[in-house]
Design a protein around this ligand. Structure first.
Ligand code: SF4
Ligand code: SF4
Length: 405
């Protein structure tokens, strides 16, 4: 696509990257076929091609309006379009650049500002989030439906974690909301890894991966959190940690991007690149291990919801299904498994209408094979789908851990 960036856009730190991405799009429109917002709304400007065109206009200096912002806000950042695109357009990077420019030019109404600031103030702080979640559970019937649906129905308490007995060590990103909403997930992962001869080292100073701030257009704050995590993990990396394991694919996708996002930071570029090469989703660690040593005979009927951040961002579609089948679980067929469930980080709170439509469509697809339980690999999807009060939704590693002999 021909582009002619404005002088202002040319001065952006990521101007060259934006121009390269814009030029890589040949406007073929294949991506529209798999875009969830285009499927629901049928508006070209709510498709990847339309949004790319809007960002091109913004960067070429044309007027930016609240309507432009609304079309960009409605994007789930699910990256389904990147999987479909035959030209390898790095849509999410262009979207990040475009959203930041629009954010500076279009002031948001007070209600939106308060919601976004509130989310940024609470979600990345695990202790505050846990305290608010406990209070909210006590007042559940008084809360608006969007918030009620975010509270876990029957969270499984965390089982004890194993002692650090093994020479093989990995780090684990504990996450910010997962410890409160699904407290047993990381414990179950540590217990299964222990049975495979791998210990999980704690890095207490590490915190939120930064994705919440970054995707709410507080990009510098998101990068600050990335730098803090790098500092927190570095001593264990130098001591030989094999991997930084994520049990939430949303966090994993962002940690994998640290290297790219910090490539122009002279103090952190090298370390960030190393962290990105060490970042592993839990399934990547498990699939390379001799799983028969676990002695598992999974006899439950499961439907797997593959999060967009696992299949489209980390390109690990089919990996969890493969591990669960090796362990004897039976998996039901899930139509349209490439489509987003509508969770998308904080999207279910900022765009509830579209989010709930996508959730209900996804649950219909997941339940079509009559599974006992739906399993997934990202806390956002887990909470969002479980909040409908239909088939229970859990992290897949909890089912594996429960089946340990
Ligand atoms: S993003 Fe890719 S699939 Fe979509 S219009 Fe551009 S080149 Fe075609
Ligand atoms: S990231 Fe998802 S919602 Fe956004 S344009 Fe691409 S396919 Fe559509």
């Amino acid at each position: 696509m021909q582009t002619n960036l404005s002088e202002q856009a040319k001065s952006l730190p990521r101007a060259e990257e934006a121009e390269r991405i814009l030029r890589s799009c040949v406007h073929c429109g294949f991506c529209t076929a798999t875009c969830p917002t285009y499927q629901l709304l049928g508006d070209e400007l709510d498709s990847p091609r339309g949004r790319i065109y809007l960002i091109k206009q913004v960067l070429e200096g044309q007027p930016v309006t609240a309507k432009t912002q609304a079309h960009l806000d409605r994007c789930l950042t699910c990256r389904n379009c990147e999987t479909t695109c035959p030209s390898g357009v790095q849509y999410h990077n262009l979207l990040d650049i475009g959203r930041a420019v629009v954010e500076q030019q279009v002031p948001r109404p007070l209600g939106q500002r308060l919601l976004r600031e509130g989310l940024r103030a609470v979600v990345p702080r695990p202790a505050l989030f846990r305290a608010l979640t406990s209070t909210a559970k006590a007042f559940r019937p008084l809360l608006p439906q969007t918030l009620q649906a975010k509270l876990p129905r029957h969270p499984h308490p965390a089982k004890p974690r194993p002692q650090l007995l093994h020479a093989r060590r990995v780090l684990m990103l504990e996450g910010c909301v997962q410890p409160a909403l699904s407290p047993n997930t990381n414990a179950a992962a540590a217990r299964v890894l222990d049975r495979l001869g791998i210990s999980v080292t704690a890095a207490r100073e590490a915190g939120c991966c930064g994705a919440v701030d970054y995707h709410l257009n507080a990009q510098e704050k998101g990068l600050e959190r990335a730098r803090r995590n790098i500092d927190a993990w570095w001593p264990a990396i130098e001591a030989g940690a094999e991997a930084i394991v994520q049990t939430a694919s949303g966090c994993g996708a962002f940690v994998r991007d640290y290297g790219h996002l910090l490539e122009d930071d002279p103090a952190y570029a090298e370390k960030a690149a190393r962290v990105s090469t060490l970042a592993r989703d839990l399934v990547e660690v498990l699939r390379d291990e001799p799983l028969e040593r676990l002695g598992i005979h999974g006899d439950r009927r499961l439907a797997f919801h593959c999060p967009c951040t696992l299949q489209h961002a980390q390109k690990l579609g089919g990996a969890v299904e493969g591990v669960l089948e090796r362990l004897g679980f039976s998996l039901t067929a899930v139509p349209d498994s490439h489509l987003c469930c509508g969770s998308a980080g904080t999207y279910s709170l900022t765009q509830p209408e579209l989010s709930f439509q996508l959730r209900d469509n996804k649950l219909n697809a997941l339940e079509s094979g009559n599974p006992e339980v739906i399993v997934t690999a990202n806390i956002g999807c887990q909470t969002h789908l479980d909040g409908a009060g239909r088939t229970p939704v859990r992290h897949w590693i909890e089912l594996v851990e429960e089946a340990l002999v």
